[in-house]
Ligand binder design. Structure first.
Ligand SMILES: [Zn+2]
Length: 261
């Protein structure tokens, strides 16, 4: 093995290696986190100093308890975030993954994000482990609603979404602090990870359990691992390929090589 002559060459080599693993994989799974949506302007609420999530004690206000006891306060806090998500567009990283799925190189995307940007980019097999902004659920009678028609009046005029059947308050279908992960999504995520022969971690620092443990499960069953994230993760030492880079620049490069050689 030769030492790459420059950092740029090392990156190119890693991109080639990643593309080769994706090309050879039969059941590739992608795990995405906040880092894939920051290029679309959506702040990572768990990072310090990034926009609205870090002010006003987000852990407390973004909780099921606040939603139940002081919905007005919850929705005031939630409104700018909902606006950012509603008007956000998919970025080249989302698009690259959608292209790879359509070409048959990716089976499933497991995401910790609630923004629906994978679907906006055209991905169809997306497991949302932290819930989604695309649907709302009545806190009283559990009727589900598509979020689209409720979100715009809420974002633009502050109108809190109400159930058409019982007038209960509609809760965004996202996992608030104090809530369990959605059972069906979690079961599905674990199933596809058990079956995968390649996991690509993209834009997740793998700090939030239990999702952060999924790469271990994949590795323990003999899958290959690629990590593309601009900060190191705990699992990098066990990865076949690590790209400490922005996903929006790297994933399109990988997809290009997989799809066009
Ligand atoms: Zn209801």
């Amino acid at each position: 093995m030769t030492t790459p002559a420059s950092p740029e060459l090392a990156v190119q080599t890693a991109i080639e290696d990643a593309a080769e693993l994706v090309r050879k994989a039969k059941r590739a799974v992608v795990l995405t986190g906040a880092g894939i949506s920051t290029p679309s302007g959506i702040p990572d609420f768990r990072s310090e100093g990034t926009g609205l999530w870090s002010r006003d004690e987000p852990l407390e206000v973004a909780s099921l308890n606040t939603f139940r006891t002081d919905p007005q306060r919850f929705f005031e806090w939630f409104r700018p975030l909902a606006g950012q998500i509603f008007y956000a567009n998919a970025n080249p990283a989302h698009t690259a993954l959608a292209q790879l799925e359509h070409a048959g190189h990716i089976k499933t995307i497991i995401t910790q994000n609630i923004d629906g940007l994978h679907q906006k980019a055209g991905s169809t097999c997306v497991v949302e482990t932290h819930g989604t902004m695309r649907t709302l659920i009545c806190a009283s009678c559990y009727q589900k609603y598509g979020a689209e028609i409720y979100l715009k009046p809420f974002i633009d005029e502050g109108r809190i979404p109400l159930c058409e059947l019982c007038n209960g308050i509609l809760k965004p279908d996202v996992i608030l602090f104090g809530e369990q992960l959605p059972q069906a999504a979690w079961v599905q995520a674990q199933r596809v990870v058990r079956q995968c022969d390649l996991m690509l971690v993209a834009g997740s620092s793998l700090e939030v359990l239990p999702v952060a443990g999924l790469p271990i499960q994949a590795l323990d069953r003999g899958a290959h691992l690629i990590v593309v994230n601009n900060t190191p993760t705990y699992i990098n030492v066990r990865a076949d390929v690590v790209l400490l880079k922005d996903v929006a620049s790297i994933l399109p490069e990988i997809a290009k090589r997989v799809l066009y050689g």
